[in-house]
Design a protein around this ligand. Sequence first.
Ligand code: AMP
Length: 285
Amino acid sequence: MKVIGKTAELQKVIRELDMHPAGFVPTMGALHEGHLSLVRNAVNNCPLTIVSIYVNPTQFNDKNDLKKYPRTLETDLGLLKDVLRENDLVFTPDDREIYPEPDTRIFHFGNLDKVMEAAQRPGHFNGVAQVVSRLFDIVMPDIAYFGIKDFQQVAVIKELVKQKKYNIRIIGNPIIREKDGLAMSSRNTLLEKSIRKKAPVIFRTITSAANMSDSKDIPELKNFIKSEIEKEEEFKLEYFEVVDELELKPISSSKEKIKGMKYYGCIAVKAGKIRLIDNIEFPLV
Ligand code: AMP
């Protein structure tokens, strides 16, 4: 693999290689098996894979979160070396490469921009759209791989592709979990030991709720989830919503479900000082 920090050089190498489909995996580094599953998927399906590692400041609505975000470039490159091939590329730009000028673009994503993560993290998806569109413009991939761990993000990216008429296929990859069920996340390393130990409560609880969704309706399940999560000291439920997979409109009763449409239970929890998100198909299939 080749590690490239400069946009112009990356574009030159991609142009010269001219290998298609070119698969792209954007990340913010601090790589774990979740990221690597995306990279493996790209490698298995694309003769050229490009992975980017860039902590994008414009998507952090909380500046302290940006400061604390783990940065482990050397370890990341070591992990990628085992998965990527000789021709594959790792793009490690700095802020000047991505934002030579401040990005003042404002995106509109309708409902996707209002619910769940968008409501809790104002400006977050605008920053995500800024960086992803910039990276798409630079890399010009044929296929881009994202994790459905960030369920709402995948929907936002698909909408971005539609709005900007990118000729890029978006693939959503399944959530990779720790052995105890906790969804892998770069932020897991920031959890205090005692909190990390209790964190599997999140997936355990949404799994139970999904299993009960035949006999109990959504308000009752929301109460169940809140009480189970908040039984753990320092765990606070931010939201739990059942949404359709396309527009992410929250429903308040399973009677509102549209036949043939998939639904997901999406959760955000403040575990100590760290926000964790997860989701599960609802009901379980
Ligand atoms: P991040 O570095 O957090 O921006 O994540 C980069 C990509 O990896 C995003 O598309 C995430 O959705 C995906 N990702 C993060 N964690 C997981 C996971 N546990 N399983 C699958 N994909 C993941």
